[in-house]
Design a protein around this ligand. Structure first.
Ligand code: NDP
Length: 417
């Protein structure tokens, strides 16, 4: 626990207070205050502003996912019951087809945008860009020499018309093993002064989260037996087809695969909002929003493919600062590259997708879900960890469960023991 000396808090702004002093201003009961103080650590307070305590998300393992011929144990952080059980079930089905084959489809550069508006002479802008190309590359290198030394840095620049008076200068930057948001923004800030004659028209230099140069695909071919027979395989294809034509279904299917993909991303301290923003934009790449995964029957096998734009790192940001993120990476392996992690995120998304589709076209998703929800309910009504399995078992046998019923059974359980 941290120990800070008391000072006159009234003269300080909230952000200037220590974590414990901030808590003092929130008028909390003593037990809540103690719990929040006990969950503090010194590192986290350096990462975010107005820090008061840590919020812990449960982490579990996707065990033995066969990915490009190697079996991985992949940490997943999620608050949602049944996600990790489903991911493991999905992996088991994928493994029955020899596992997932992944591919990096693009050159793995992040896109930084220099946003220009009120353009009256588009050709002048194009001519300027061509004439100053070498200067821009030299400045980009000088702005971030260490990323250049690692083989990264600015790789290409393209002018892209957005409307007849708006354009984006798209800068393609290799950020190596870092996710790269700060690296990109730093390089953009370095090169923008070169465009000084357009300074009134330049709105901003900022990375784009639509990572279309960081596409990763995962593919599997499964025997029908892996999912329980040809009939179920055909129903998986049919419900996925629905998601390619109905935005209501597509949104739910895509949320389901991010249950897995985002949980892997979060466990390693990566930015899962970036992953999801890019993924949802990619789902709408044709103008309409559709399911991201595609399932089909080919040569008497069930074939599944998932392609996602993935910007993640294994160094930098919170990944290097948070011991929890480092520990999660260590579970995967000794030296995990950003590209390896990107492949795992998409493969996990595919496993999660298959498990969800299989469940909803066969047993129904509720059966598996409710067992996990009842565990959460048991804890919520005060069951001890020892009591949870027995109470959960009892609740799954009932046709209707609510808090009152669960409490009644917990009391009965206690009376009997
Ligand atoms: P950092 O700013 O921490 O940059 C990563 C640093 O890691 C590099 O500058 C480099 O520093 C060091 N490094 C060490 N080894 C390597 C290697 N092998 N490859 C690459 N770099 C290496 O983080 P990012 O630029 O990755 O930014 C990620 C953070 O930005 C995330 O936390 C994200 O949430 C946040 N963010 C996201 C935004 C968005 O998505 N829109 C916007 C702004 C921030 P050195 O060369 O000095 O060793």
């Amino acid at each position: 626990m941290l120990n800070y000396s008391l000072i006159d808090m009234s003269e300080l702004k909230f952000y200037e207070l220590t974590p414990n002093q901030r808590l003092e201003t929130l008028n909390l009961p003593e037990n809540v205050m103690m719990a929040l103080k006990n969950a503090q650590d010194l590192v986290s307070g350096q990462i975010i502003e107005n820090y008061v305590s840590n919020f812990t998300v449960p982490m579990g393992i996707l065990k033995h996912l066969l990915l490009d011929g190697t079996a991985y144990n992949i940490p997943m952080a999620t608050e949602e019951p049944s996600v990790i059980a489903a991911a493991n079930h999905g992996a088991k089905m994928l493994n029955a087809g020899g596992g997932v084959h992944t591919e990096l489809l693009t050159d793995n550069t992040m896109i930084g945008q220099i946003l220009i508006h009120q353009i009256t002479d588009y050709t002048a802008l194009q001519v300027f860009l061509t004439a100053h190309r070498d200067e821009i590359f030299a400045k980009a290198q000088a702005t971030h020499p260490s990323i250049v030394a690692r083989g990264g840095g600015l790789k290409n620049i393209e002018l892209r018309m957005v409307t007849d008076n708006m354009a984006s200068i798209d800068c393609f930057i290799d950020t190596c093993d870092a996710m790269g948001a700060n690296i990109v923004n730093t390089i953009l800030a370095g090169i923008i002064p070169i465009f000084d004659i357009f300074h009134t028209q330049i709105l901003a230099g900022i990375l784009s989260n639509y990572a279309t140069q960081q596409l990763v695909s995962a593919t599997v071919c499964l025997p029908f037996s892996a999912v329980g027979g040809q009939d179920i395989a055909e129903r998986i294809v049919a419900i996925n087809h629905f998601g390619h034509h109905d935005v209501y279904r597509a949104t739910t299917e895509n949320k389901g695969l991010f249950n897995g993909a985002s949980a892997v991303t979060l466990a390693n301290g990566n930015d899962w909002r970036a992953l999801e923003a890019a993924g949802h934009a990619y789902a709408a790449k044709t103008g309409g929003y559709t399911a991201l995964a595609t399932w089909s029957i080919e040569q008497q096998q069930l074939k599944g493919t998932l392609t996602l734009p993935v910007s993640v790192g294994t160094v930098g940001g919170a990944i290097s600062a948070l011991p929890q993120a480092q520990n999660a990476l260590r579970i995967i392996g000794e030296r995990v590259s950003a590209n390896q992690l990107r492949r795992m995120i998409v493969a996990t998304g595919l496993a999660q997708n298959l498990a969800a589709l299989r469940a909803i076209v066969s047993d129904g998703i509720q059966k598996g879900h409710m067992r996990m929800q009842y565990r959460a309910l048991a804890l919520q009504i005060g069951a001890t960890p020892d009591e949870v399995p027995q109470l959960t078992e009892k609740l799954t046998q009932l046709s209707r469960v609510d808090t009152t019923i669960a409490t009644q059974y917990l009391n009965e359980l206690r009376e009997k023991s």
